[in-house]
Design a protein around this ligand. Structure first.
Ligand code: GLN
Length: 312
């Protein structure tokens, strides 16, 4: 009988222990369920912090802002790899191309400078502009020394082999500048069977490429290449070349500075300007492109163009 009591007591004790363990487990589960909520809340400030920082506002996929999916570590990692220098958007240009980029009062100003500034603002980045030779921009971009190139740059198939382009934000036209009273009155004069004009261009620009392929290689012209468009125009003023083939807006600026020059009505080529990026820098390109598209859609780009380009 004594043995039976002892067994009962042991069983009872076992039941109490089991009940306690079960209760404890249950509590843990409830705590576990509450915990993700707590984690979410405490993660929230982190997430909104990330949103106000460059990385998240720059993110091309708004879905990544889902709070439960966010790992702040990953976000920081993305921000670090986003641009060459964290928090900075480095743009290479050639500030010899009014009204797109030129020096004024110790500062690079112009259409590209302002659009880039607006893009950087949208992405929460600080814009830095590096002024280099035009023909060095693609190498600076593709080697990853800078984030992007923006220089009234025309989208061409050749360039697309070395860099990726954004959506186009402006149209350029290759025009012909001559001296008043020039024998060249129309683009067709450059293509005449017996043509042999001396043509000034800015080195490595589309004006250089087109005249080289279409005229010099056909034996119809001699091309003189200058580091700056302004130097090509100076060569025209001093009679070293017969005409200059260059983009229409800088052409207007250079003609305004040099009396006696005119721009022919007929155009050499019509082209699209866009921003270039290293091939494969998809994340940066998508972010900049999304910001640029918004700035086009809300009229900012047009306002900047109108500010610098006087209506005819
Ligand atoms: N649009 C021309 C090109 O891309 C010229 C640009 C420039 O001189 N900045 O070649």
């Amino acid at each position: 009988m004594k043995k039976l009591v002892r067994v009962t007591l042991v069983l009872l004790a076992l039941a109490v222990v089991l009940a306690a363990v079960y209760a404890c487990d249950n509590q843990k589960e409830t705590g576990g369920q509450a915990s993700p909520g707590g984690t979410q809340n405490s993660a929230d400030p982190g997430n909104s912090g990330a949103q106000s920082s460059s990385s998240s506002s720059a993110s091309p996929t708004p879905d990544s802002a889902q709070p439960t999916q966010l790992d702040p570590g990953t976000e920081d990692g993305q921000a670090a790899g986003y641009t060459v220098e964290t928090g900075v958007l480095i743009m290479a240009t050639n500030a010899e191309f009014p009204p797109y980029e030129y020096w004024e009062g110790g500062k690079i100003v112009g259409i590209d400078a302002e659009i880039a500034e607006a893009i950087a603002n949208r992405l929460g980045l600080t814009l830095q502009i590096d002024d280099i030779d035009f023909d060095a921009i693609i190498a600076a971009v593709s080697s990853g020394r800078v984030d992007m190139g923006m220089a009234g740059m025309t989208v061409t198939e050749d360039r697309m082999e070395s860099v990726d382009f954004s959506t186009s934000y402006a149209t350029g036209v290759q025009v012909i500048i001559v001296k008043e009273g020039s024998a060249i009155t129309d683009v067709d004069d450059l293509f005449a069977d017996d043509a042999s004009f001396d043509i000034g261009v800015q080195e490595s620009t589309t004006g250089d490429l087109y005249t080289t392929w279409d005229l010099e290689e056909e034996g119809l012209a001699t091309i003189y290449r200058f580091r700056r468009g302004a130097d090509a125009v100076q060569a025209l003023v001093t009679g070293r070349v017969d005409c200059v083939v260059i983009d229409n807006e800088p052409a207007r600026a250079f003609v305004a500075m040099n009396p006696g020059l005119i721009i022919l009505e007929t155009e050499f080529a019509v082209e699209d300007y866009a921003i270039c990026f290293a091939k494969g820098s998809t994340e940066l390109r998508n972010a900049v492109d999304a910001a640029l598209r918004e700035l086009i859609a809300d009229g900012t780009v047009q306002r900047i163009l109108d500010k610098y380009i006087a209506a005819d």
